[in-house]
Design a protein around this ligand. Structure first.
Ligand SMILES: *Cc1c(COP(=O)(O)O)cnc(C)c1O
Length: 241
């Protein structure tokens, strides 16, 4: 099998899983977008996924993503693509990340939001960017500070901060289910939290939840976007996140 056939088969299987999960939850598959997590895989794979009709791609490291997005643009100059940053982001990478990311889905503190807002303002002032930056708040369901994410009780305050920044557009919430918790309980808690955020911020429509191993549970609990790496592209080297 060629690589494109391999990816096409994985994509077909994934679409079936998403459709079945939506049917089980009484939802339309149109409500759930597919974000391909291409970390550790080459730009040539992104090009093939683009040929297969995907338009949304995610990366978790700034230093890998910038060159990959540029290489993809050389390989497929006419293809539509939206790049998401889904990994932990240090404040000193804000200026770099706003050069390639169309959306930053891992905003987990007011300090990071402030650094991103400043970077977006500089990019807009310099003519490198026209629009404000769409962002998601990364929520931590169990509040474990070691794994990143904003604890659920602090989410509303972070949402207010982002919405008031002027340079960022609050589009919703992202989370990874903690390992020590059944995914269904984690996603249920997340849905409650995002519903509260939406009451105050009507633009916060997105709930990015569910990965290769738990997308069914996430879709059952209101996910609007599943982030899939392994089930689409295959296994990553174990040393990498
Ligand atoms: C790697 C990663 C994914 C994809 O995980 P898979 O289990 O390979 O589908 C999703 N979200 C984030 C934040 C990731 O870092």
């Amino acid at each position: 099998m060629s690589r494109v056939e391999e990816l096409a088969a994985a994509l077909a299987g994934l679409r079936e899983r998403i459709a079945a999960a939506c049917a089980a939850a009484g939802r339309s598959p149109d409500e759930v977008s597919l974000l391909a997590v291409t970390k550790t895989f080459p730009a040539s794979d992104v090009a093939l996924l683009s040929d297969l009709g995907l338009t949304e791609f995610a990366e978790n490291r700034d230093q890998e993503a910038g060159p990959k997005a540029a290489e993809f643009a050389r390989l497929r100059p006419d293809a539509a693509a939206t790049w998401h940053m889904v990994g932990h982001l240090q404040r000193n990478k804000a200026r770099s990340v706003v050069r390639w990311a169309d959306s930053v889905d891992s905003v987990d503190s007011p300090r990071l939001a402030a650094a991103l807002a400043k970077a977006v303002a500089a990019a807009r002032a310099g003519g490198a960017r026209v629009d404000p930056l769409p962002v998601l708040l990364q929520a931590s369901v169990d509040g474990d500070p070691a794994r990143g994410g904003c604890p659920l009780p602090a989410l509303s305050e972070l949402a207010d901060f982002v919405a008031g920044s002027g340079e960022l557009v609050l589009r919703g919430v992202m989370a990874v289910a903690p390992r020590e918790m059944p995914p269904a309980s984690a996603f249920a808690a997340l849905l409650t939290a995002v519903t509260r955020v939406r009451d105050d911020h009507p633009t916060a429509v997105e709930l990015s939840a569910g990965m290769s191993g738990d997308l069914e549970d996430a879709i059952a609990h209101g996910s609007t976007c599943v982030r899939v790496g392994t089930a689409l592209l295959g296994g990553r080297p174990l040393a990498l996140p």
